[in-house]
Design a protein around this ligand. Structure first.
Ligand SMILES: Cc1cc2nc3c(=O)[nH]c(=O)nc-3n(C[C@H](O)[C@H](O)[C@H](O)COP(=O)(O)OP(=O)(O)OC[C@H]3O[C@@H](n4cnc5c(N)ncnc54)[C@H](O)[C@@H]3O)c2cc1C
Length: 437
């Protein structure tokens, strides 16, 4: 395993430590937080502990990893184990953080096919919730998993791919840590590539009129739409051979402005429409070129909570318009824009993109403001458009509702029961999500 400095400075082996997620909204007091440095140590923990939740980087907004029992971090298991250069594949230890992957993959001339908005997640954490970026031709990260190794409740390591344990492979690529501990993941990568990022303002009506055409012209396209403004922020990324033009930080930075606007609108909600309309003054068209791993992530200093649903692609634009109209008339204000992205369908049983090309729509609330009222209002719109929730983002769906959205729901639950009959890997949240009517 490769050595690495600063993989995760905050993780320690401490008893009764308080744990919280990135936004601070989810908190728990695990009896112990364990961080094994070897596979043998990990196996011993799994065989001896009665209740375990595995944590990645703690960047999910839902209480997926909250526990008062053992919290298990794979931060000690990182790096690239094996590489198949001719196929651009790499077998990666599950605890590797995405921001560290570059140093392992770049010497092999490989990069991830696709990434989301940030690169703080662990590989296993990103895979386990179906973390995605944007692009009509691109799956979520889990869609590029070629194989994985799963440490089950009995202490056995299962090798899973399309030929070996194919059912566990179909279920385990998005499994919320409920089938066991992913130890190693083989990713289908792409020869190292540069991306050109272009950001500009665009009239909402032009976006609505042209998005069907534009989505086919760019490898990645997304927009950030404000409910009170008639312009949105349009962002595209495309593969390029151009010279590097590194991202430069403007002053004041986008994040500084965002924090300022969130603070102002929290205290004076009536300012929200005015500030959103002023957007054009601050957003200047920009173009940057860099290696993909540097272009995909955006610094996210302003903390928030988030809800996101995946809508069938043909309903996505109409749903966006309904969400924006709902937010405009709502008493629950947020300064954050609505994010709109494309994700290609896949064959993973609990993937929100299962057999469905989708448009991902997400709503954010500043972390100092209670998110529920806003999310409740928007959630009913997203559900009306047949939305499936992002597993790592806030939602209120129950097993009964989810079952109707996931054709393989029962098959997944039966597999989970077979692999973990004593429910070692379930916490109260997952018991409710999976098992309650
Ligand atoms: C600022 C911010 C930006 C974000 N941007 C995006 C985005 O652009 N696109 C997107 O789709 N999502 C995004 N997310 C959501 C985030 O990508 C997911 O919630 C992701 O799962 C978090 O990864 P993590 O490593 O923090 O995992 P955690 O949140 O710690 O865990 C997530 C799940 O993975 C499981 N898990 C972790 N490690 C293992 C393992 N070794 N074996 C088995 N199960 C395991 C956990 O048990 C849990 O169920 C964002 C979140 C934040 C806070």
């Amino acid at each position: 395993m490769n050595q690495l400095i600063n993989q995760a400075p905050n993780q320690q082996k401490l008893n009764q430590q308080k744990w919280n997620n990135w936004s601070g909204y989810q908190q728990s007091h695990p009896e112990q937080i364990l961080k094994p440095d070897s596979l043998d140590e990990l196996k011993h923990i799994v065989q001896t502990q009665a209740k375990i939740r595995v944590v990645g980087a703690g960047h999910s907004f839902t209480p997926l990893v909250s526990t008062d029992a053992t919290l298990l971090s794979l931060d000690g298991l990182y790096g690239v184990d094996q590489v198949k250069t001719e196929f651009a594949q790499a077998s990666i230890w599950a605890g590797t953080r995405l921001f560290n992957l570059g140093q392992y993959l770049e010497p092999m001339q490989q990069s991830l096919m696709q990434q989301g908005d940030i690169d703080q997640q662990s590989l296993a954490g990103a895979v386990s919730t179906g973390t995605h970026g944007t692009g009509v031709g691109l799956h979520c990260i889990s869609g590029y998993v070629q194989a994985f190794e799963l440490l089950t409740a009995s202490g056995e390591i299962l090798h899973c791919n399309r030929h070996e344990n194919p059912d566990i492979f179909a279920a385990g690529r998005v499994s919320l840590g409920s089938l066991g501990v992913l130890t190693k993941i083989t990713m289908q990568n792409k020869p190292r590539y540069k991306l050109k990022e272009q950001v500009r303002l665009c009239a909402v009506k032009d976006f609505i009129q042209n998005i069907d055409q534009w989505k086919a012209q760019h490898r990645h396209i997304e927009c950030f739409a404000f409910s009170h403004a008639d312009k949105l922020i349009l962002k595209t990324l495309d593969i390029t051979e151009d010279e590097i033009q590194p991202r430069t930080e403007s002053w004041p930075s986008e994040d500084t402005l965002l924090t300022l606007c969130c603070e102002l609108t929290k205290s004076f909600p009536a300012l929200n429409p005015k500030l959103q309309k002023l957007l054009g003054v601050f957003i200047k068209p920009s173009t940057f070129v860099d290696w993909s791993g540097k272009i995909f992530p955006t610094p996210r200093e302003t903390k928030f909570n988030e809800m996101e649903y995946q809508i069938p692609v043909e309903l996505g634009v109409e749903c966006l318009q309904a969400v924006l109209a709902g937010l405009k008339n709502s008493k629950a204000q947020t300064f954050f824009p609505v994010e709109f992205r494309f994700v290609k369908g896949d064959d993973i049983w609990l993937s929100p993109f299962y057999q469905r090309d989708s448009i991902s729509i997400s709503v954010h609330q500043y972390y100092k403001q209670a998110p529920r009222q806003l999310f409740d209002e928007v959630e009913s719109i997203l559900q009306h458009y047949q939305g499936r929730p992002h597993w790592g983002k806030m939602h209120s769906m129950t097993a009964t509702q989810l079952k109707t959205l996931y054709p393989k729901w029962d098959a997944f639950m039966q597999l989970r029961e077979r692999l973990d009959p004593s429910r070692k890997f379930l916490n109260p949240y997952l018991e409710r999500l999976f098992l309650s009517e």
